[in-house]
Design a protein around this ligand. Structure first.
Ligand code: GLU
Ligand code: MG
Length: 436
């Protein structure tokens, strides 16, 4: 008997977990059309395997429809094969389901195109830590730190390439056992597919080498966090870059400026979706190069939205490389949902003709709340509860999603909060490290 090759139809849900079902590979054609059965209440399974309050109960049926454009089929050096396909969740009638994160992103991207005639080009930059080994000290950004994990880095980059991603670079980051991996940008929903694929393959590559990797937002508040930085630029229908204007503020074109303004305006009410764990708010504090205020930075890593430097020299390459980076995200978030929230906020900014504030250069933690407000800035929510309240309190943000979304999302996150209620911060960090 030889093992039967199976393909896993995968989604990345509210919990940011990749779940789904496997089917025999020789059924692929049929499954692309007819899908696999799925249960509505699954969306309320938290990252700790508890089922939150659910409006669906035991009722209802859905379909997972794999997207052949979003497949990862990787064989590691020891012969172990992993084959999964990112899928949409539809009703039995074939309509996008209200809680399909991938469909929510498609709808946000559709809105961006409708309001501005542009497509999003995007790359998720990820930090992760190896948690199965005690860290060797004094290796920040070092060659030695890289060499210690060269086997993992080379395995991971090969896996990414064979899954159709374009590896850019990988390095030993600042934190203990922390690494950062970067891939080339991709268009629209593909960028979020790639973020899911990258996280899964990183954990798989580590596992296949007898190690464990974690993307948890933070392992210890006394040390650094693991950020997910979302780099964004825009092209028009002909593929021409429209992000840059040499005479625009910080080099931003009018579209980029308005998009940035929308993201900054709605940041306090979307951070519950982009940094959605209890410990995410241990990371979103000043002086960690993460994001603590809704501020714009010009090449400044203390900003939640950063205008990135370009290394290109000729005008067309500058225009293509120029991008803005959303830094208030982490890997507890489904990349689909995080990106949907950011794109809606940007599209809202374009729709409302907003103008981005001037970039900050000083230490905002030294300013009083009044002084901050006078400049148009606020401290971002400092707990998940406060972030959920900010989402609930902003009708514009809530209105970007299906009618019951905000209530279902809140119920999901309240169950996650309840699971951690009696734990101290380090125990909470340990719990998240076991799930992301
Ligand atoms: N580790 C930081 C974060 O939590 C980012 C550091 C960097 O700028 O690469 O976002
Ligand atoms: Mg980094």
């Amino acid at each position: 008997m030889t093992p039967m090759p199976l393909i896993f139809a995968a989604i990345c849900d509210i919990a940011g977990k990749v779940r789904g079902k496997a089917f025999p590979a020789d059924q692929l054609d049929r499954r692309l059309k007819r899908g696999l059965g799925w249960t509505p209440t699954n969306v309320q399974i938290t990252c700790f395997d508890r089922i939150a309050e659910t409006p669906f109960g035991a009722l209802g049926d859905l379909l997972l429809i794999p997207d052949p454009e979003a497949a990862a089929d990787v064989t590691f050096a020891d012969g172990r094969r992993e084959h999964f396909i990112m899928s949409d969740i539809t009703t039995l009638e074939g309509a996008p389901w209200d809680f399909c994160m991938r469909s929510l992103l498609k709808s946000a991207l559709g809105r961006l195109h409708a309001v501005a005639g542009v497509h999003l080009i995007c790359a998720f930059e990820h930090e992760f830590q190896i948690r199965s080994q005690s860290p060797t000290p004094n290796l920040a950004y070092s060659r030695e730190g890289f060499e210690l994990q060269r086997a993992l880095c080379e395995t991971l980059m090969a896996a990414l390439k064979s899954a159709g991603l374009e590896p850019d670079s990988i390095m030993k980051e600042y934190g203990p056992n922390q690494y950062e991996v970067v891939v080339a940008p991709a268009k629209g929903v593909r960028a979020a597919d790639e973020a899911v694929i990258l996280r899964e393959l990183t954990r798989s590559a580590a596992r296949n080498l007898g190690m464990a990797a974690t993307f948890t937002p933070i392992r210890d508040p006394a040390s650094v966090g693991n950020g997910v930085h979302i780099h964004m630029s825009f092209v028009d229908d002909s593929g021409n870059p429209v992000t840059y204007d040499e005479n625009g503020p910080c080099g931003m074109s009018a579209i980029t400026d308005a998009f940035a303004a929308g993201v900054l305006k709605y940041l306090p009410s979307i951070v519950a979706l982009t940094a959605p764990s209890v410990i995410s708010y241990e990371r979103l504090t000043p002086h960690r190069w993460s994001a603590a205020y809704n501020n714009l930075g010009f090449r400044d890593r203390e900003a939640s939205l950063r205008v990135c430097p370009v290394t290109a020299k000729d005008p067309l390459s500058i225009a293509r490389q120029f991008n803005i980076e959303y830094r208030a995200a982490d890997a507890a978030a489904s990349p689909y949902l995080a990106l949907a929230a950011v794109v809606h906020a940007g599209a809202q900014g374009i729709e409302d003709g907003l103008k981005a504030p001037a970039p900050t250069e000083e230490d905002l933690s030294l300013l009083s709340p009044e002084a901050l407000r006078a400049r148009g800035y606020v401290r971002l929510p400092e707990t998940l509860e406060a972030a959920l309240d900010a989402f609930a309190a902003e009708p514009v943000t809530r209105g970007w999603f299906p009618e019951t979304f905000a209530a279902v999302y809140r119920a999901h996150k309240m169950a996650e909060i309840a699971h951690l209620a009696d734990m101290d911060t380090l125990t909470r960090c340990a719990a998240y490290e076991n799930t992301y």
